[in-house]
Design a protein around this ligand. Structure first.
Ligand SMILES: [Zn+2]
Length: 200
């Protein structure tokens, strides 16, 4: 299987991105999906890493991580300061690449009656659409978000060479996980389905 790029991952659940009072203001009252731009005042983590995810699945990085990305002039990424004293930054990937819509890769949840957002869930690992089987240099995010409520978030990825460079710097917390791509209807990875599944 061909590798398209690498997903960024890290320790999860060391602090919150959304303040509870603010969350009510920016999210849907029925499903808690975040509907508008939210900039946190101050993100506090229980433990600090160069790369970590908050409970609500927002990537937060160190000044060391940000500086390295700026030095390499990596395209497709913005850093939003979320803790001035600790110099923490929210990593925002702003170039979009299509994720597979194959039911083997994504489970589509039911749409919220109020805000119409429908949550998507990964079946296994993130898989890109085959037409984007090699990511170009820099940061990318999936066009669809995964998870429900305030957790809904895109998957952040980098190209193969950037992943190699990041790995060499030994950033604490950072894990780089291979992302593959496949054509719609590609049977290479399919599993035999139980007979009963057809009647659902
Ligand atoms: Zn909703």
């Amino acid at each position: 299987v061909k590798i398209a790029g690498y997903r960024l991952s890290g320790p999860w659940g060391r602090g919150y991105f959304f303040a509870p009072e603010a969350l009510k203001r920016v999210s849907c009252a029925a499903c808690e999906h975040v509907l508008c731009v939210y900039l946190p005042g101050n993100v506090v983590l229980k433990a600090y890493f160069d790369y970590a995810n908050t409970y609500d699945c927002r990537p937060v990085v160190s000044e060391r991580f940000r500086r390295y990305c700026v030095r390499l002039r990596l395209p497709g990424v913005r850093f939003v300061e979320v803790n001035r004293r600790r110099k923490l930054h929210w990593l925002v990937a702003d170039r979009v690449v299509p994720h597979s819509r194959d039911r083997r890769d994504v489970r589509f949840g039911r749409a919220c009656r109020r805000c119409k957002y429908h949550p998507n869930f990964l079946v296994e690992a993130p898989t890109l659409d085959r037409r984007h089987s090699t990511l170009r240099r820099g940061f990318w995010r999936t066009d669809i978000m995964f998870g429900d409520m305030m957790i809904a978030h895109p998957i952040v990825m980098v190209d193969i060479d950037t992943a190699r460079r990041l790995r060499r710097r030994k950033f604490t917390g950072l894990k780089l996980i291979p992302v593959t791509a496949r054509a719609p209807g590609d049977a290479a990875r399919s599993k035999p389905r139980p007979r009963s599944a057809r009647h659902r």
